[in-house]
Ligand binder design. Structure first.
Ligand SMILES: [Zn+2]
Length: 265
C-alpha cells in the first residue's frame, strides 16, 4: 500500500496518508467476479455513462480514519448490498418483514428490525458524501463543484470520528432497488452547489442513497432512515425514480448488452 505524508482530512493529524477510494473498491470485485459476460460496472457520470473499471482514489485519510469508515459503514453495507448473481442480503432481509405502508411502486419498511445495520447505512451514506466533498482535490474529475458540503464538512467531522451524534440537520434516505433492471449500476455522488436543503445522491449496486443537508424537521425528514418519528427504508422500482430516467438515457449511450439492453429497451 502506497503511503504519503500529509494532513488527514478527517482527524487532521499530520501523518501517513493511505490511498482511499471514493467508492469502495470491493464493489468492483463483486461484480467482476460474478457478473458473467459484462464484467465492468456501468458508471453514470454527469454527462455520460460508460462501462469501466475506473476507480477514483487518492491520498486523503490516515489508516485509523480509513479503518473507522470501513468498520462503521463500508463493511456492513457491502455485505448487505447487491453482490451479483441474485445475492442481495438486504432485499432478502426485507422480504421476511411486512411493509408498514405500500403503494404500487413503493413500499416502506420499519428499519428497526435491521438492528445496527440501519445506523451503519446512514453512516455509510454520510461518509461517502463527506469523502467526496472533502477529497475534491484528490478526485477533481468526479465533480465540477468542489467542496459542496461547505460548513457541513466541519460539522460532520465529530460524528464521522465517532465522537458525537449525527447533527439533526443531516438526514439520510436509503432505497432498496427491486431487480426490475440489472442492479450493477454505479452513480458517483451528485447534487446542487447551493440552496437549503440540499439533496446529494449516489447509487451502489442495489441501493440508492440520498443525504439531505440542512432544512428543518419537515414531514419528509420525519420519514427516512434517520427519521425522528420512525426509521424507514423504502423499496422501489428503480425505473420509477426520476433520476433513473436520466441514468437510463446515459446508459443507452454506453452500448448496453445482454440483459441490460433488454431491460432498458
Ligand atoms: Zn485520520
Amino acid at each position: 500500500m502506497a503511503f504519503l505524508n500529509g494532513i488527514c482530512a478527517l482527524c487532521q493529524a499530520s501523518t501517513h496518508l493511505q490511498s482511499s477510494h471514493l467508492l469502495p473498491k470491493s464493489l468492483y470485485r463483486y461484480i467482476r467476479a460474478k457478473g458473467g459476460g459484462d464484467k465492468s460496472l456501468i458508471h453514470v457520470g454527469q454527462h455520460a455513462a460508460f462501462r469501466s473499471d475506473k476507480q477514483y482514489a487518492g491520498h486523503l485519510l490516515c489508516t485509523s480514519c480509513e479503518q473507522l469508515f470501513s468498520t462503521n459503514g463500508e463493511e456492513p453495507v457491502l455485505s448487505a448490498c447487491y453482490r451479483g448473481q441474485g445475492f442481495f442480503a438486504l432485499a432478502q432481509a426485507l422480504a421476511t418483514h411486512r411493509p408498514i405502508c405500500q403503494t404500487n411502486d413503493l413500499a416502506f419498511y420499519d428499519a428497526q428490525p435491521l438492528g445496527a445495520l440501519a445506523e451503519q447505512l446512514a453512516y455509510f451514506g454520510i461518509s461517502i458524501i463527506w469523502r467526496w466533498s472533502a477529497g475534491h482535490h484528490v478526485w477533481p474529475e468526479s465533480t465540477r463543484y468542489p467542496r459542496r458540503l461547505g460548513k457541513y464538512e466541519d460539522l460532520l467531522r465529530p460524528y464521522l470520528l465517532g465522537q458525537a451524534s449525527r447533527p439533526g440537520s443531516i438526514n439520510v434516505w436509503v432505497e432498496v432497488l427491486r431487480p426490475t433492471v440489472p442492479l450493477e449500476l454505479l452513480a458517483l455522488p451528485a447534487g446542487p452547489d447551493h440552496g437549503t436543503p440540499r439533496d446529494y445522491e449516489f447509487w451502489i449496486p442495489g441501493l440508492r442513497f440520498v443525504v439531505r443537508v440542512g432544512g428543518g424537521a419537515d414531514e419528509v425528514s420525519r420519514v427516512c432512515l434517520t427519521g425522528s418519528t420512525i426509521q424507514t427504508l423504502c423499496q422501489v422500482d428503480p425505473r420509477e425514480r426520476r433520476s433513473f430516467a436520466a441514468i437510463v438515457g446515459l446508459v443507452r449511450g454506453a452500448d448496453p448488452k445482454g440483459r441490460l439492453a433488454t431491460a432498458l429497451r
